[in-house]
Design a protein around this ligand. Structure first.
Ligand code: FAD
Ligand code: NAI
Length: 475
């Protein structure tokens, strides 16, 4: 007789483990199955985000930023550093410790919330009156049953067919977070979020980084004015970003990688790199789920097909996070996980897709919420725009980081905030004010009339809101 649960979650990333905790909080007997193993073969819940994504990348971004500041920025403060050195093994070790703390933290949370954890691979066996039978293949094999199933199996890096990842010279995000010594020449295919973040890490540590991007426009999803400003700043830092390229043959000798490509003017190039990161997007993990065996429908791009409430075509089977449509972000996965657990409990869980923030953790950071100026134009919405540069912000000057700006977009008639876009210091933190404001459907005037602490970077947000009606006080 298999163990019976009210809710079985397949996948223990941000979507899955949060859904399991919320379901248990709501009184359901809950199991979470996760396949990820650490280097000793033990469980490592937390998914891509904890193991090879958000957390380790931010740990390395921080270490590399410290190194860059010690090398250049400290001198402006009158601090001299001599004998500056770098121990990449220690840096990677610190990152691994942080990952393990997060894995252990999730195992602790499962215990605290009485979620039964299974370490292994989950797949559908069959559906019957008791619910869905799920096979867990780990060190041993067992069968469990859930009345409700939440699929949260996430995504993995998309490879170029002719250049498979070996994680030694051709790297996905996994290898890019584990390079043992700083490569002299690092190539990156794809100037998206991973390409820019990982390119920044290794550039700061001394690599010569060349980024090859197929599209002619830089960061096409970002507000054009912000993307242009960011590109200018990255160019200044020495990140070589080539737009509009066409990748040709890629040859991996095992010691280095040769990439043949055509640039935006049609000229042909042959670039040799010590390492090549390929970051051209991610594909959903549905292999081995036996989706077809129970008739779980995928969409034309291989994602599990769901409606706006994360319901699949099968009764009581839900799917959340990277394995379904929408932005591939940890906080989006978490919100969907909570909402689904609440819907199972008969509550009205909701996710507002219009107010999901995006952050790119480069230096300066890029963050946004809502619509861009180009989207508003395409949608035929009459809008007002206001910008404020960090150069005119006292705190930014004291910090020694005056790059970038805050930009507000508001409805021309009602003044409701339609989008906020930031490139600059601590944009990741500043964007939260805009998310709250948009969630409450605030106007730019609301933000303009709120008292912001002085001196703080958030005054740039207030000033950009004032700029919507051409009333900036400090610029
Ligand atoms: P995942 O985190 O992928 O977790 C899925 C889990 O399910 C994995 O543990 C997997 O092993 C397991 N699994 C899969 N199939 C099965 C099965 N059949 N049985 C059992 N277990 C299974 N997002 C942000 O919001 N902020 C960031 O800063 C950020 N940085 C990132 C940096 C990098 C380098 C990468 C690659 C991604 C980053 N992301 C970031 C994206 C973020 O990691 C994902 O959006 C998020 O992890 C998705 O969560 P998820 O739960 O849907 O899936
Ligand atoms: P991405 O979608 O952000 O960027 C991929 C880039 O590769 C695009 O600019 C695309 O035009 C380009 N590209 C595609 N095919 C190409 C080709 N053949 N040749 C050259 N360029 C090509 O994908 P990325 O960077 O792999 O990241 C995946 C996802 O992970 C992100 O979209 C995001 O959802 C998530 N992520 C989020 C982070 C954050 O929130 N800070 C950090 C890292 C990843």
């Amino acid at each position: 007789m298999s163990k019976q649960f009210d809710v079985v979650v397949i996948g223990g990333g941000p979507g899955g483990y949060i859904a399991a905790i919320r379901a248990a909080q709501l009184g359901f007997s809950t199991a979470c199955i996760d396949a990820w193993s650490n280097d000793k073969g033990g469980p490592a819940p937390g998914g891509t985000c904890t193991n090879v994504g958000c957390i380790p990348s931010k740990a390395l971004l921080q270490s590399s930023e410290h190194f860059e500041h010690a090398g250049h920025a400290f001198a402006d403060h009158g601090i001299s550093v001599s004998g500056l050195g770098m121990d990449v093994a220690k840096m990677l070790g610190r990152k691994n410790t942080i990952v393990k703390q997060n894995n252990d933290g999730i195992l602790f949370l499962f215990k605290k919330n009485k979620v039964t954890f299974f370490h292994g691979h989950g797949s559908f066996v069959k559906a019957d009156a008791a619910g869905y039978e799920i096979k867990v293949a780990g060190k041993t094999e067992e069968s469990i049953t859930g009345k409700h199933i939440i699929v949260a199996t996430g995504s993995n890096a998309r490879a170029l067919p002719a250049a498979p990842f070996d994680e030694k010279t051709i790297l996905s995000n996994e290898g890019a977070l584990n390079i043992a010594e700083v490569p002299k020449k690092l190539g990156v295919i794809g100037a998206g979020v991973i390409g820019l973040e990982m390119g920044s890490v290794w550039r700061r540590l001394g690599a010569e980084v060349t980024v090859l991007e197929a599209l002619p426009a830089f960061l096409g999803a970002v507000d054009e004015q912000i993307a242009k400003e960011a590109k200018k700043l990255f160019d200044k830092q020495g990140l070589k970003i080539n737009l509009g390229v066409k990748i040709g043959e890629i040859v991996n000798s095992g010691k280095d990688v040769t990439v043949n490509y055509t640039d935006d003017k049609g000229a042909e190039h042959k670039a040799v790199f010590d390492k090549l990161i390929i970051s051209i997007g991610r594909t959903p993990n549905t292999n081995g789920l036996n989706a077809e065996g129970v008739g779980l429908v995928l969409d034309e791009r291989g994602f599990i097909a769901v409606d706006g409430d994360c319901k699949t075509n099968l009764p009581n089977v839900w799917a959340v996070g990277d394995v379904v449509r929408g932005p591939m972000l940890a906080h989006k996965a978490e919100e969907e996980g909570v909402a689904v657990a609440e819907r199972i409990a008969g509550q009205h869980g909701h996710v507002n897709f219009n107010t999901i923030p995006w952050v790119i953790y480069t230096s300066p950071e890029i963050a946004w919420v809502g619509r861009t100026e180009q989207q508003l134009k395409a949608d035929g919405v009459a809008y007002k725009a206001g910008t404020f540069p960090f150069m005119a912000n006292g705190r930014a000057r004291a910090l020694g980081d005056t790059s970038g700006m805050v930009k507000f977009l508001a409805d021309a008639t009602t003044d409701e905030i339609l989008g906020v876009h930031i490139v600059g210091p601590m944009a990741s933190e500043l964007i939260s004010e805009a998310v709250v404001a948009m969630e409450f459907r605030a106007s730019s005037e609301d933000i303009a009339r709120i008292c912001h602490a002085h001196p703080s970077l958030s005054e740039a947000t207030k000033e950009a809101a004032l700029a919507v009606d051409k009333r900036s006080l400090n610029f």
